[in-house]
Design a protein around this ligand. Sequence first.
Ligand code: DPM
Length: 320
Amino acid sequence: MSTSSSVATRTIRIGSRKSQLALVQTHWVRDELKKQFPDIHFEVKTMETQGDKVLDVSLSKIGDKGLFTQELENDMLDGSIDFAVHSLKDLPTRLPEGLMLGCVTEREDPADALVVHEKHQDKQLDTLPEGAVIGTSSLRRLAQLRHHYPHFTFKDIRGNLNTRLRKLDEGQYDAIILAVAGLQRLGMGNRVHQNLPPEISLHAVGQGALGIECRSGDDDILTVIKTLEHVPTADRCYAERAFLRELEGGCQVPIGVNTTIEGDQLTLVGIVASLDGQQLIKDTISGPRASADPMGTDLAKRVRAAGALEILDAIAAGSR
Ligand code: DPM
């Protein structure tokens, strides 16, 4: 005999930033989980993070750890939310005590994209004029592009994707660099004018994937979110994150990566660049996917010994 409405529906609370991109990503996660767990009620709680509030300062200057994640993490630790959805590249490689990266979803194209003002529709990076103003606030993009295109002028750009595109279209820049993945998720994939090949710019660690953060050892939640894990993406991103973790100082750093998987083999390319673009320390490591983490650490040690240490020290000294 069944009793009516005696069992309350279980509710899981998801934390998200408020930006359009963050909400698209979080709603995707919620909708996928609803399909797997129709009996669970998923609720989205949105909040602003420091990174959403401070929009007029260069990311690299305020770029401390947890800029886009800290408020969400506090809510997870005090139990007001059960997990948080992030762009994996915004999630620090060291998480607060009591929290963990519980799931990595399938990655979109991790490349960076050149987006141009309409007057440059017929141009590519190689043909943009001398002095063209290129917008980015990523030290990684800046350093690598400066190396290959020293004749461009680089200018900071901040704000959400729509704000940046407006600034470009108004003519404040000749072109800007954005992640392909963000544009695609917002239905603006048509603005991708040129994908930057890895020879020109290695992408950021975790770029194009979502990371779901939860309380360490929260097995009920882990069982739910692990259903969205994409193992090849996770293997790649664990190698990338280990590389960054081993190298990282306290500020935003010009570090790029590229990963590929063939069968059981994972290959990680990593770069550390000086801000003036003069020095690029780049190396590659391959090995079994099961060793993703130690491979990332090993590659970091190699590039550090090959000169990355001096570059990162100089950047850390300059930003103090
Ligand atoms: C981080 C960086 C940027 C974001 C630095 C970097 C780009 C900043 C800029 C850590 N987070 O990439 O070297 O150009 O001013 C961000 C974007 C996405 C996640 C937007 C973008 C969407 C793509 C994704 C901002 N975080 O990079 O165009 O999911 O990877």
